[in-house]
Design a protein around this ligand. Structure first.
Ligand code: ARG
Length: 460
């Protein structure tokens, strides 16, 4: 086995140590990007007068064949090579001899590995964004079909106030919309050409880095060669975007696990996406949701692992950075799989209107009682006390607002009029909301149309 650096040593590397340092097992996933980057580099060398154009053409032709072969026959991307960069160069030299040996002129694997990862993220992040948009679309469809259905919203996981079921679905949309933008930001951060940085100090050849950036689809060039070989901020930003998306999926998963369960039954999970118990015949378990919640830990872990690895590093490339790749691939795979699972679950949800509405009434209306008194001039702090005293009475007597007679209302406060019963219902409670971000039906309808318009923009 030969390496790209064997000239410096009298002895072959220790097999175990070499094995330990290899990354080809996982960085083979950067094969396409590595070849694409190398083709562009050959052209840049030719433009710089370093390579005759005829030789650059030969390199390009062979690399294109290699790329084709590797893409149509993935097991071809294999060998004893140290990493994907060595693999591609070996194939080129096997096919072109000394012409192939000229390709690495003025280039280092330090900038190359960063280039490959950046190209990889620029190509793959949009798939994740499409996955996020697909979940948004499913949530929006549930919001639309929920219509005016009601459910309680929770604070401290205690029933708080009635809301439209649509408002609940759109709450999850709001987080995912931010994730979509955050992923776009991660892609934009990756969008910088590193070639021209050399191993650390830049390159001594007259490379037109702006033309090269254009060839590879980058909109800019890195600012500093030392920084370029050290920098994995774009990878950390990607992990952060993935981890936060996973946290949002996990929150949705947790909501659905609880709200589909025995205690609430607001929604029913599709049988096809649930699992049974090997022992307890009655069980219908939300395994996919639990897996989404569980896998969130690995995404957060990848972010922590990278930040921790970066924390101790001096400037320049350090082999520690090789740890970046498996984590990126796993974060991507995990998020893609979870987005697909959540999308299927949301599509398969059935709303149990009666159960959800039944839980949205009762003492949840205590804030509306106080608001009624405020509208009749009572200071809110006094209104809160009056409403609180009524809550205490109803709890003690095991009763509800509906059972209160007008004299009983008026015993609590003279300000209650004979219209009170009309105001103290879940539907009146949501209708009374006034702000655009509230659960007021017109506000929710407007929010839903805005989401639908966004969807047609980003998926259209
Ligand atoms: N496999 C290496 C990595 O993933 C490629 C860069 C190697 N550079 C070096 N100086 N050893 O980071």
């Amino acid at each position: 086995m030969t390496t790209l650096w064997s000239g410096r040593f009298d002895a072959a590397p220790d097999p175990a140590a070499f094995e330990f340092g290899k990354s080809f097992r996982f960085d083979r996933r950067l094969f396409e990007e590595d070849v694409t980057g190398s083709i562009a580099w050959a052209r840049a060398l030719a433009r710089a007068g370093v390579l005759p154009h005829a030789e650059a053409d030969q390199i390009e032709k062979v690399l294109k064949e290699v790329r084709e072969r590797g893409l149509s026959d993935p097991p071809f991307v294999n060998g004893d090579d140290e990493d994907v960069h060595s693999f591609v160069e070996r194939l080129l030299v096997e096919r072109l001899g000394d012409i192939g040996r000229r390709l690495h002129t003025g280039r280092s694997r330090n900038e190359q590995v960063s280039l490959d990862l950046r190209l990889y993220l620029m190509r793959h992040v949009p798939h994740l964004q499409r996955g996020v948009a697909a979940v948004v679309s499913s949530l929006a469809a549930q919001a639309a079909s929920a219509g005016d259905a009601l459910m309680p919203a929770f604070t401290h996981f205690r029933a708080a106030q009635p809301v439209l079921v649509a408002h609940f679905f759109l709450a999850h949309v709001a987080g995912l919309r931010r994730d979509y933008e955050r992923l776009a930001g991660a892609r934009a951060e990756a969008d910088a050409l590193t070639l021209g940085s050399g191993a650390i100090a830049g390159t001594s050849y007259d490379i037109d880095v702006h033309a090269l950036a254009g060839d590879l689809g980058f909109s800019r060039v890195v600012a500093n060669s030392i920084d370029a070989s050290s920098d994995r901020d774009f990878a950390a930003t990607f992990h952060y975007a993935c981890a936060l998306t996973m946290i949002h999926l996990s929150r949705l998963a947790e909501d659905l696990i609880i709200l589909c369960g025995e205690g609430h039954r607001f929604f029913e999970l599709s049988d096809a996406l649930s699992t049974g118990s090997s022992m307890m015949p009655q069980k219908k378990n939300p395994d996919p949701l639990e897996l989404v919640r569980g896998k969130t830990g690995r995404s957060i872990g990848h972010l922590m692992a990278l930040l921790t690895a970066m924390k101790g590093l001096p400037s320049g490339y350090n082999k520690d950075l090789q740890e970046d790749k498996e984590a990126i691939f796993d974060a991507e795979d995990t998020l893609a799989a979870c987005l697909a699972a959540v999308r299927a679950i949301v599509d398969g949800l059935t709303l149990n209107r009666e159960e959800a509405a039944a839980a949205a009434t009762g003492l949840l209306l205590a804030t509306d009682v106080a608001d009624y008194l405020v509208r009749r001039g009572l200071p809110f702090r006094r209104a809160h006390e009056v409403s609180g005293a009524l809550v205490r009475k109803l709890l003690a007597e095991g009763r509800d607002y509906e059972s209160l007679s007008l004299p009983e209302w008026r015993a609590a406060s003279e300000l209650f009029g004979d219209d009170i019963a009309r105001h103290i219902t879940p539907a009146a409670s949501v209708a009374a909301k006034r702000t655009p971000q509230s659960t007021a039906p017109p506000a929710v309808a407007a929010a839903l149309s805005e989401v639908q318009a966004w969807l047609s923009r980003v998926t259209g």
